[in-house]
Design a protein around this ligand. Structure first.
Ligand SMILES: *Cc1c(COP(=O)(O)O)cnc(C)c1O
Length: 361
């Protein structure tokens, strides 16, 4: 059935080995492979569990981790919850998550109580905000950081596992030697002041990996969490391809349901489109237009690229995408299949949509 996404598990395995070579062998870090970009796809998860280089399987959604915690543990991996948890999901955290990112003392207290009920010691990683302004205690607020550490260390069912940072998400701040050194510095301060050894100083996501081969990842960063670098083979600070990886492990296919010559300008008064936007049209004269049966409910139109470079994506609505096939060398017909490589947003939606069939190659 179409639309469908072809998932090349062996290409993903090569990507995993390549990012591991950078992160573990050259960077001296432990490796958390992030599964949220593929909605914890079971075949992708199975492959990650087979690979000795993956130390952690990480996700932002507890529902995803719940699907694979058992397999991960059988395979000797730890699970890691990336999104600081809701109070409402703490019973599930204790059930499925080995290492949990946190930033609020109220959450740590409740987690301690839940862990006590379950007879478990819950590992936590305290998030520090270095300026990206998403989660974490602000790095300048050292008093709060040390108060939280002290209180957590006194809790019987909490293990203070480490600290971490997230960058290049909300504020799009790029990890550098300078800001990551601040994190290492805070880690050393915590170790000295509280007389502990941190098991993890997690230096970010796919936007941090580029620092390793530049020799600019500060010593003392001991973990990275990689989603996009593994899935699509690029660093996300500057969008460069990582050596040894491929960006086409995912290929989206959709079928043409209409192919007609029509003008390039709509006729009549222009109002708002199906999503409340005022569209802009360029007059290209009479065009050959193909409609494919996939839309914004299934994919991200800005995050998909036709493999046939003569095609141009014009736009779409919930269930339709319109392609300009005027300059195509191939003689397209209704019923033909058009293929696309995907960016992160497209991959995320395609892998999450129940309307897109998953096919493993
Ligand atoms: C999503 C996420 C990651 C992985 O990000 P990528 O850019 O895909 O590597 C890492 N850490 C946190 C906290 C995340 O939310």
């Amino acid at each position: 059935m179409y639309p469908r996404v072809l998932i090349d598990i062996e290409k993903l395995r090569q990507n995993l080995k390549a990012v591991s070579g950078i992160t573990k062998t050259r960077g001296g870090c432990t490796l958390a492979i992030v599964t949220k970009g593929v909605c914890a796809d079971p075949e992708v998860v199975r492959m990650i569990c087979e690979e000795p280089d993956a130390d952690f399987l990480a996700d932002s959604r507890i529902a995803n981790i719940a699907t694979y915690a058992g397999l991960a543990h059988e395979s000797g991996k730890q699970t890691l919850l990336l999104r600081i948890p809701m109070h409402a999901e703490l019973p599930d955290v204790v059930k499925y998550v080995d290492v949990c990112f946190v930033s609020e003392i109220s959450t740590i207290r409740l987690l301690n109580a839940e862990a006590a009920k379950a007879g478990k010691v819950q590992k936590i990683v305290l998030m520090i905000d270095l300026g990206d302004l998403r989660e974490g205690i602000f790095f300048k607020d050292r008093d709060t950081i040390h108060e939280v550490v002290a209180e957590a260390l006194a809790m019987e069912n909490i293990e203070f596992f480490g600290i971490g940072v997230n960058l290049t998400c909300y504020g799009a701040i790029i990890p550098k030697y300078d800001n990551l050194s601040q994190l290492v510095g805070i880690g050393r301060e915590i170790e000295e002041k509280h007389g502990i050894k941190l098991q993890m100083v997690s230096g970010g996501n796919s936007s941090s990996i580029y620092l390793i081969d530049k020799g600019e990842l500060p010593e003392g960063i001991t973990n990275l969490r990689l989603g996009e670098a593994f899935l699509l083979g690029n660093d996300t600070a500057y969008g460069e391809d990582l050596p040894g990886t491929t960006g086409d492990a995912f290929v989206l296919e959709a079928q043409i349901v209409e192919l007609k010559e029509k003008p390039s300008l709509p006729i009549g008064e222009v109002g708002l489109d199906a999503f409340g936007q005022k569209p802009y049209y360029e007059d290209r004269g009479i065009m050959k237009r193909a409609i494919i049966a996939i839309g914004k409910q299934d994919t991200d139109l800005d995050s998909m690229t036709p493999l046939d470079t003569d095609l141009e994506l014009m736009g779409g609505s919930s269930d339709h995408i319109i392609l300009d096939v005027t300059r195509a060398k191939r003689d397209y017909k209704v019923g033909d299949v058009v293929s696309f490589t995907l960016g992160y947003g497209g991959m995320l939606k395609v892998m999450t949509s129940p309307y897109v069939e998953k096919v493993y190659v």
